[in-house]
Ligand binder design. Structure first.
Ligand code: PEP
Ligand code: MN
Length: 353
């Protein structure tokens, strides 16, 4: 934080500001300039009451220079955080991690069948909602606990890790029991009781950006998770509201390099919810990898026309095979490889462990 003094400020006024800062428990560092003096406040823990300084005589303005979030910032930790899953998938290093699956778990045949094809195509993480946060209360709300059980069957069969959403604080525990990654959806990005519980769940958390949330708000939401002692956090850009109606959302690709600059946490992109239109998913997935995403979350359904949710944005399994081939090439141009496919050995190991 920087307190900028008026040109006319006297030495006594400058001293008074410095004294007040010290009185508040921080260090004051006067920075004399040619036109005016500024006083740096060192050690801002996010609790500084800037109003107290703004009101002092001789003060022109108070500029907040440090971020309101701490533990998620690069200043706090310079090196990238890498989230490692039990099946060996690493998210946030040099590898690109792929999460794929249907919007919702619908039946054992559906989830186990699609998991097999996705694994075959090289994905190592299976997505699928058991608890669905639907815009309409009359839409399919998910299979609930039965959905979690079916995801566990798919993991057992394929060795894929599971990511699935918790929509309320009370459900975090049961979701964390089954999932390898607990997902917090866009609609819940600022549900603080839910964030706190997810921060205590002892499992990695995938935090999706709210549809009208700024990047700062996304990072502050992540700060809640880290403040509870959970550093295994993956951020996800999934599109924000826009005035254009050609797509469901506007996938904000700029968020990827911006977040990578500000935070050590991995960031992935979800071009499925980000566009809402099947034909736009693959181009935006390619673009997200080119922009530096640490991974993708993509909806794939064995029979999108009959999907109980988000069929219009779900890829056919064959589209997904093409997508994987294309992003492998794009990744290499950036010296990044896809997370290696799950070999039979690894499946046997994870099933045994
Ligand atoms: C989802 O991934 O299942 C989902 C509902 O996405 P979002 O929270 O981004 O809308
Ligand atoms: Mn969906």
């Amino acid at each position: 934080m920087l307190v900028v003094m008026k040109q006319s400020a006297t030495d006594a006024e400058i001293d008074r500001v410095a004294e007040t800062i010290r009185d508040m428990g921080y260090d004051a560092r006067p920075i004399p300039g040619r036109q005016r003096t500024a006083i740096g406040l060192i050690g801002n823990d996010g609790r500084v009451d800037s109003g107290r300084l703004e009101g002092l005589s001789g003060v022109l303005e108070v500029i907040v220079v440090s971020h309101p979030y701490k533990q998620v910032s690069r200043e706090w930790k310079a090196e990238d955080t890498i989230v490692t899953l039990p099946n060996g998938t690493r998210i946030g290093g040099t590898e690109i991690a792929i999460m794929a699956g249907p919007c919702a778990v619908e039946s054992e045949d559906q989830i186990v069948g699609i998991a097999r094809s996705l694994r075959e195509a090289g994905a190592t993480i299976l997505r699928g909602g058991a608890f669905k946060p639907r815009t309409s209360p009359y839409s399919f709300q998910g299979l609930g606990e039965e959905g979690l059980r079916l995801l566990a069957v798919a993991r057992e069969e394929t060795g894929m890790a599971i990511v699935t959403e918790a929509v309320e604080p009370e459900a975090v525990e049961i979701v964390a029991e089954f999932a390898d990654i607990v997902q917090i959806g866009a609609r819940n990005m600022q549900n603080y009781p839910l964030l706190r519980r997810a921060g205590q769940a002892g499992k990695p958390v995938l935090l999706k950006r709210g549809m009208s949330a700024t990047i700062k708000e996304l990072l502050l939401a992540a700060e809640y998770l880290l403040a509870e002692g959970n550093e295994q956090v993956i951020l996800c850009e999934r599109g924000v509201r826009s005035f254009d109606t050609h797509t469901r959302n506007l996938l904000d690709l700029t968020a990827i390099p911006v977040v990578r600059g500000l935070s050590h946490l991995p960031i992935i992109a979800d071009p499925s919810h980000g566009t809402g239109v099947r034909a736009k998913v693959t181009p935006m997935a390619r673009a997200a990898v080119a922009a530096g995403a640490d991974g993708l979350m993509v909806e794939v359904h064995p029979d999108p026309e009959r999907a109980l949710s988000d069929g219009a944005q779900s890829l056919y399994p064959d589209d997904f095979v093409d997508l994987m081939r294309q992003i492998r090439v794009i990744g290499r141009a950036l010296d990044r490889e896809l997370v290696p496919p799950l070999g039979t050995l690894r499946v046997a190991e994870s099933a045994a462990g």
